[in-house]
Design a protein around this ligand. Structure first.
Ligand SMILES: [Zn+2]
Ligand SMILES: [Zn+2]
Length: 645
């Protein structure tokens, strides 16, 4: 095995694991916190820490990195291990760390499970929970037992998959290495990675050109590889240090397009294309589109465009290749022009040290400017989240002056005074209307009572989006990919209400949220909703996650026009002001009735409780009726069965 280089993400992950194991071990709270804090700092540090180990004092100079943590980093980078971790591993199976990641199980409960029942794997945990053995343990009870079973079910749906954002840097590094090889003409990452699904099961790397032996060697000897599973002349398979399997295929130039289509998938999309080929008397496989199985006269194969054209349709962006209506649109030349990352001008959901963020207002503003944002909103938490230093009414009033001061320090970028206001269990907002009226930008979110019955959850969400002072619904479903199921509200009903009241639906770009999901965003689009795409950054580095929100939006078929933060500040600000003075509109999409430059009346005037929406559920006209079959009304995502690609 070649000596590995430690990325910041890997160092952070290792330190975070040490923190959890120490906590299990009953370690000193401050020491535990130092590991977790260190991990956060490292994860968000732009410069490679592995490159600093040889400079005396360079690591210790970073905020949040003490002597102890710095030494661990030096040990890990230098020798691949560190004594503290080795000792902890002797006492506890490392699988315990994964158990603490299950919703409802912290280190304390996991330690109890280990001490009392010798449980250290998910399988053992499931057996014990099903046998009713957990309820009797100290700090458990029947409800916790039920929740454990639920989180296990959620986690198992994701077994073997990795978040797209986690896989992203590893996949790009591998592809970049291949591109550098002499003679290599094209390198593509196919599969669900190319379709930008929220999780990926493995990586499919396609290479064209170059010397076969050299390509295979560069792939199997890459620094990120842990094991070589197979090596051949045109295909090799490896397992990466991070756990992902990666397959590389060397493909001849004349069939690269056909191979790329084949390995990009989805299976459902490809089956449909093959059917269309057969109807035309053709045959489609990974080598090309041929006249018939026997004559093998190649019609197309060099590029994807060639193959789609020969099938009588436009090239389909990979994000749409799920057989959800895109094939008809491609044949009719009506595919939407999908939103691009460069279309976004703003990020409208982020936290600073004033609530639970890790960087100051100034740091966040500067980082946003560096990323080319033209305006931003700062959105701290509200008081329902005391552990996140949520704001109460008095704190919001104080914040008005803080934001004014920040604007004076950063005159180059409009800063909206926003807040992420909790939607309480009954749908009431966490702050009174007078306080909300002080804010430029009100995002409402669910952070509690995630398992309400569908009817209760629907009423709750409806009440929130009908509130006249609300601008956007943040991470609407509340899901955490792999650990928490979405709240079970009726997405269709809530989307109709959001559209009528001009409330934007958020596509939250946090890698483990990606909320709304692609399926639900598509449904909301069909109900006339408009969107915002935000990072919900809690540190400057996380502002880069915006791309993952854009991927999700593309999978939902969203265009630039469907997303408010693609507008210039003037256009956005006009909508934001008019939103609060408008009456609900059946089938509306949140666009101002008449776009004028006139200032809208002060928000105060609009503070009366809104009338019931005039239209019944489902009466809203779909905007692009055939843009896909978003099925299912509840917030539950579509089935996540693992499939090729
Ligand atoms: Zn939130
Ligand atoms: Zn947030």
């Amino acid at each position: 095995m070649t000596k590995r280089t430690w990325s910041n993400a890997e160092l952070a992950k290792t330190l975070a694991r040490m923190g959890v194991l120490l906590e299990l071990d009953g370690g000193n709270v401050f020491r535990v916190r130092a590991y977790k804090e260190g991990a956060r700092v490292i994860e968000n540090h732009a410069e490679s820490l592995a490159g600093l180990v040889d400079q005396p004092g360079a690591l210790e100079a970073l905020p949040g990195i003490g002597k102890g943590i710095a030494q661990h980093i030096r040990d890990l980078v230098g020798t691949g291990h560190t004594e503290t971790l080795d000792e902890l591993r002797k006492k506890y199976p490392e699988e315990l760390v994964e158990l603490t990641e299950l919703h409802g199980l912290g280190p304390k409960r996991v330690r109890t499970l280990f001490d009392e029942l010798k449980i250290h794997s998910r399988v053992q945990l499931e057996e014990a929970a099903k046998a009713g053995k957990l309820r009797g343990l100290a700090g458990f009870g029947e409800k916790v037992e039920q929740n454990v079973l639920k989180s296990l079910a959620t986690a198992s749906q994701w077994a073997g998959r990795m978040l797209l954002a986690e896989a992203w840097p590893h996949a790009q590094a591998l592809a970049e290495r291949m591109r550098q090889l002499p003679g290599v003409k094209q390198v593509e990452l196919a599969g669900s990675f190319r379709r930008r699904r929220e999780t990926v099961g493995d990586l499919d790397v396609l290479v064209c050109g170059g010397d076969a032996e050299q390509v295979m060697k560069a792939f199997t000897k890459h620094g990120s590889v842990a094991d070589v599973l197979g090596q051949g002349e045109t295909k090799s398979s490896v397992r990466l240090e991070v756990g992902l399997q990666a397959d590389l295929r060397l493909v001849p130039e004349e069939s690269f397009g056909a191979a790329l289509m084949y390995f990009t998938g989805s299976k459902e999309h490809n089956i449909e294309l093959r059917r269309i080929a057969i109807d035309k008397g053709l045959s489609l496989n990974e080598y090309g589109l041929t006249q018939s199985e026997k004559s093998e006269k190649v019609v197309a194969g060099r590029t994807e465009e060639d193959v789609y054209r020969a099938l009588g349709m436009a090239w389909v962006p990979p994000e749409l290749r799920e057989n959800r209506g895109e094939i008809d649109l491609a044949r009719e030349g009506r595919l939407p022009k999908l939103i691009e990352l460069s279309d976004l001008r703003a990020d409208l959901h982020m936290h600073t040290t004033r609530s639970d963020g890790r960087d100051s207002i100034d740091a966040m503003v500067k980082a946003a400017i560096e990323r080319g944002h033209e305006y931003i909103a700062l959105t701290e938490h509200s008081k329902a989240l005391p552990m996140a230093n949520g704001f109460d009414a008095a704190r919001v009033r104080k914040s008005v002056t803080e934001i004014e001061a920040a604007r004076a320090r950063h005159p180059g970028i409009p800063i909206l005074h926003g807040l992420e206001v909790d939607i309480l269990a009954d749908g009431e907002l966490d702050l009174d209307d007078e306080t909300l009226a002080l804010l430029d930008w009100v995002v409402v979110s669910i952070h509690s009572h995630f398992s309400q019955a569908p009817a209760v959850a629907t009423e709750r969400a409806l009440r929130a989006v009908r509130h006249p002072l609300v601008h956007a619904f943040g991470h609407p479903s509340g899901r955490l990919i792999g650990s928490r199921d979405p709240v079970a509200f009726d997405v269709e009903k809530v989307a109709v209400a959001a559209s009528e009241h001009g409330v934007a639906m958020e596509i939250n770009a946090s890698p483990d949220r990606l909320d709304l999901s692609d399926v639900n965003a598509r449904l909301a689009l069909e109900k006339g909703c408009r969107f915002v795409i935000d990072t919900d950054a809690h540190a400057t580095g996380q502002l880069d996650n915006l791309r993952f929100g854009v991927f999700q939006a593309r999978r939902a078929g969203l265009t630039k026009d469907d997303v408010w933060n693609t507008r210039t500040f003037e256009a956005f600000d006009r909508w934001r002001r008019e939103k609060r003075s408008r009456k609900p509109q059946a089938g509306g999409n949140g666009a101002p009735v008449v776009a004028t430059k006139r200032e809208s009346p002060a928000p105060r005037a609009a503070r009366s409780k809104p009338a019931k929406p005039a239209a019944a559920v489902g009466s809203a006209k779909p905007k692009r009726a055939s843009s896909g079959a978003a099925s299912g009304k509840s917030a539950k995502p579509a089935s996540r069965t693992r499939r090729k690609g």
